[in-house]
Design a protein around this ligand. Structure first.
Ligand code: NAD
Length: 264
């Protein structure tokens, strides 16, 4: 993709953190934005700061309510036409051990992080294929490449995104569809505060790793660079990104390391 100006860009989870930073970065490039997350009032705050956007449409949406996802996508496309760039960013993290986590919590995480992303993708895909161009950006994580303690289903949901979107990329390669998978390391957002615990409540605590992580604005700019460069997958963060190489080349060492690594 050579230019973002006037492109219709739909960002989920746009009310805070990475999604909010992406909204400002894409607005700055002159895109037409569709912003989604659960609360309209949060989206209105972001909208008021989207300098440079061609237009900003607010579409409150809980991506875990899959019937609503389909209905909203139908309405949005009837109103403004096919989406050029879909950013599947909405997500919830996890801070709980496997042994203490009931299955309904695992399902809640998958419903948002995995089924939410694929539901919206399936809803915008037909129009993208018809116009023979479309770009999906998928917010995975470094834990989409390796598992760490306290994030079993979060990590599984991100791994699942790789399987699904690599398959989609291969299936639609000749029909103008591009997929960029982003694997961030520690980014300074409220993700750890909003992370779900074993009893379904929020952790409500800023982890050190997040507090000292990369600024979301820096990540957003790097994502735009990766998009314009036509990348298929990028790992972005601090020294934690090395984990991918260590797992690949020294798997036994990495397996021992990750047992004790500080991951909060
Ligand atoms: P955040 O908690 O600030 O933002 C999450 C966003 O998702 C919010 O806008 C929230 O309202 C939205 N959201 C959550 N559940 C939703 C639902 N059911 N329906 C619609 N929207 C929902 O955290 P963030 O760090 O900005 O996270 C954004 C994405 O980046 C997530 O997918 C997360 O897994 C991923 N990520 C974050 C980090 C990090 O260190 N911050 C690292 C790797 C990946």
């Amino acid at each position: 993709m050579s230019d973002i100006k006037n492109k219709k860009v739909w960002i989920t989870g746009a009310s805070s953190g990475i999604g909010e930073a992406l909204a400002y970065a894409f607005a700055n490039q002159g895109a037409e934005l569709i912003l989604s997350s659960r609360k309209r009032s949060d989206l209105e705050r972001v909208q008021s700061k989207c300098q440079g956007a061609k237009a900003v449409h607010l579409e409150p949406l809980d991506v875990a309510r899959h019937a609503d996802v389909l209905e909203t996508a139908k309405r949005v496309q009837e109103k403004i036409g096919p989406i050029d760039i879909l950013i599947n960013n909405a997500g919830i993290s996890q801070r709980s051990l496997v042994e203490e986590t009931p299955l309904d919590i695992d399902k809640r995480i998958m419903d948002v992080n995995y089924f939410g992303a694929i539901a919206l993708t399936k809803a915008v895909l037909p129009a993208m294929l018809q116009q023979q161009s479309g770009q999906i950006i998928v917010m995975s994580s470094l834990v989409g490449k390796f598992g760490t303690p306290l994030r079993s289903t979060y990590s599984a949901s991100k791994h699942a995104l790789h399987g699904f979107f690599e398959a989609l990329r291969a299936e639609c390669y000749d029909r103008g569809l591009k997929v960029l998978i982003v694997c961030p390391g520690f980014i300074r957002t409220s993700v750890s505060i909003n992370a779900i615990t074993a009893d379904g409540s929020k952790q409500n605590k800023m982890d050190d790793a997040q507090e000292h992580g990369m600024a979301p604005e820096v990540l957003a700019e790097k994502i735009i660079q990766a998009l314009l460069a036509g990348k298929e997958e990028v790992n972005i963060g601090g020294k934690e990104v090395l984990g991918i190489l260590l797992k690949r080349f020294f798997p036994r060492w990495f397996s021992r390391y990750i047992r004790k690594a500080k991951v909060t």
